[in-house]
Design a protein around this ligand. Structure first.
Ligand code: MN
Ligand code: MN
Length: 332
């Protein structure tokens, strides 16, 4: 399939070799104007919410570099996202690395502008706290469902004697703020030693469906996908992909690795299984390049972003078609 639309296209590897040119996300044009985008690929180089090993601030740069390996068309679904939507690299959020709350406000501001312009976000973190200001930007008017891939529940209350905003707490805050419907939320891959036996009680008490890794291996990727689809239903749904949900043999470049996770191939199967849902945005977080000089974790991050793009773009295109069909002829 050759590019045949008027939408922006990636720089072709047939024209400029992949090792050449400025390494934007997926080799797409950099587009700072939200009105010119249906889907914005955004870097959030912030790891100020990290409680242990940092480095995810370097994620977007390295993911961009490895994303130059991505081509145009998904090899299974044959989805060509750049034929369906106007997709561009929207640059990085100008975070303030020495002020957490200022950074949260700056992140929310960028994503709120995108949301107001009708552009769906696909973000590259950054630590997992970045998902909170993204949800504040896109879910104020109604709570979203959430498919959450992670080794950790990230529903802690506070750290260090009262700190409420860390990468271990974003989903408790998001639920408290009414941004996520906990009855439409599923966590996949949860494992690892915990601080206390009742650590997951709050998450379960508010209705989150937790698929621990042991259940994942019982059900398999297809069974877990079926459960995720049942939980989120046909309402608006966000996908948050923490790379530490993967086994660290596949993604060692992350701050809080937990052995015994799913493989990259299993994660790809699950992401493909989200096709047809009403997806409103997604992120890939916790890629910490300093822990993986091989670059493979950044390649994993870039590839998961492409997988997400290939289920997000059809959803965005379906909504656009519905909106256009609902408009009176004179307004077209
Ligand atoms: Mn996480
Ligand atoms: Mn995690």
């Amino acid at each position: 399939m050759m590019p045949n639309s008027s939408f922006p296209q990636p720089v072709s590897g047939m024209v400029m070799p992949r090792f050449g040119e400025v390494p934007s996300f997926m080799r797409l044009p950099v587009e700072r104007d939200p009105r010119k985008l249906d889907i914005a690929l955004v870097g959030v180089p912030f790891d100020g919410g990290t409680t242990n090993r940092p480095g995810a601030r370097h994620g977007p740069r390295e993911i961009r570099n490895m994303s130059t390996l991505m081509r145009r068309v998904h090899h299974v679904s044959k989805v060509a996202p750049y034929e369906l939507c106007r997709v561009g690299d929207h640059g990085d959020v100008p975070v303030n690395p020495i002020d957490l709350h200022d950074s949260l406000a700056r992140i929310e501001d960028v994503f709120a502008r995108l949301h107001a312009a009708g552009a769906a976000p696909l973000a590259a973190g950054g630590d997992h706290l970045i998902t909170l200001p993204i949800l504040r930007a896109i879910a104020k008017d109604r709570p979203v469902g959430l498919v959450h891939f992670d080794a950790h529940s990230d529903t802690g209350d506070t750290y260090f004697g009262g700190e409420k905003y860390t990468h271990g707490t974003p989903f408790r805050r998001a639920i408290e703020e009414g941004l996520v419907d906990p009855h439409r939320m599923i966590q996949i891959g949860i494992r690892g030693s915990i601080y206390a036996p009742d650590e997951k009680d709050w998450a379960e008490s508010v209705g989150i469906r937790i698929v621990h890794i042991e259940e994942f291996f019982e059900l398999g990727p297809a069974g877990v996908v079926a459960e995720a689809r049942r939980i989120v239903g046909d309402g608006p749904t966000y996908v948050s992909f923490d790379v530490d949900g993967l086994d660290p043999v596949y993604a060692p470049g992350t701050g809080t690795p937990e052995i015994g996770g799913y493989s990259t191939a299993e994660a790809q199967q699950m992401l493909r299984g989200l096709a047809g849902l009403d997806l409103v945005g997604a992120d890939v977080v916790e890629v910490s390049p300093p822990f993986d000089p091989s670059g493979n974790t950044a390649l994993v991050g870039a590839t998961m972003m492409f997988e997400l793009l290939c289920v997000l773009a059809p959803a965005v295109a379906r909504r656009k078609t519905r909106v256009e069909a609902a408009q009176p002829v004179a307004a077209k």
